[in-house]
Design a binder for this molecule. Structure first.
Ligand code: SF4
Length: 245
């Protein structure tokens, strides 16, 4: 099943539940008219209309079709608001949540890419997950990436080089709490976050006021173990925020 199909299946379940509730209420209101029930029905109908419109915009956005920036922004806000419900529905119906999260990150990234930035390197923070470091490495790169001996056995050496070339701040975080602390301490104007679908989604949903561009890590050895990242994706995101792409 494609990621969008997974997403639309979850939305479909939510819409079906709303429609059933609306129909039950409509029957009740026909027997005994009540203003409060009529108001709830009106809200339900608006909700269904919003979900339908959002699904169309989501499809166009993830299919790389032309979508006005303001529509992407409104849609991203709407999807952010209902995202917990979407994932709960996916959970209940056995739909793979990773695919739905990939759709969310694509919506987020496409919206960010529709904007223009020209930040200095020092205003950009690149956040990496600890699992990107080779598990047997003895150097403590979580305190500073400069501790990397640059042996090239994992992506940390290339990231350290990218940091030198582009002048961006690069940190390796051991979890969401440390990642939040790094953002608070370094006060960046933009964040490029590398992580799995779950961590990226929660990070993007939590951070407000600054753009967070998500890059998925690669997991050739399974989750959370000696993961990799495509350095070109990170470099392109850095250059985009610097206004050079
Ligand atoms: S590149 Fe750096 S972090 Fe990775 S294994 Fe080598 S010394 Fe350790």
């Amino acid at each position: 099943m494609s990621d969008f199909r997974k997403y639309i299946s979850s939305i479909g379940i939510i819409s079906a539940i709303i429609i059933v509730i609306t129909a039950i209420m409509a029957v009740a209101v026909m027997k005994k008219p009540a203003v409060i029930i009529i108001s709830v029905i009106a809200v339900m109908i608006i909700l269904i209309a919003l979900l339908s419109a959002s699904t169309v915009i989501t499809y166009l956005t993830v299919a790389d079709r032309k979508v006005p920036e303001f529509l992407m922004k409104i849609n991203l806000g709407l999807v952010k608001a209902v995202f917990p419900l979407i994932t709960v529905m996916a959970d209940i119906s056995g739909i793979d949540k990773a695919g739905i999260r990939r759709i969310f990150i694509k919506l987020n990234n496409r919206y960010i890419k529709s904007l223009k930035f020209s930040f200095d390197g020092e205003d950009i923070l690149v956040l990496m997950p600890h699992c990107i470091q080779l598990h047997s490495c003895r150097f403590k790169v979580t305190s500073t990436i400069e501790n990397c001996a640059r042996c090239g056995l994992c992506n940390i050496s290339e990231l350290a080089q990218l940091g030198d070339e582009e002048g961006v701040k690069i940190f390796v975080a051991t979890g969401g709490t440390l990642a939040r602390k790094i953002i608070v301490d370094t006060r960046p104007k933009a964040v490029i976050a590398v992580a799995c679908e779950r961590d990226l989604t929660s990070g993007v949903r939590e951070v407000r006021k600054i753009p967070v561009y998500g890059v998925f890590n690669e997991r050739p050895n399974g989750p959370c173990f000696d993961t990799r990242v495509n350095i070109d994706d990170v470099r392109n995101a850095v250059r985009f925020f610097k206004g050079n792409l």
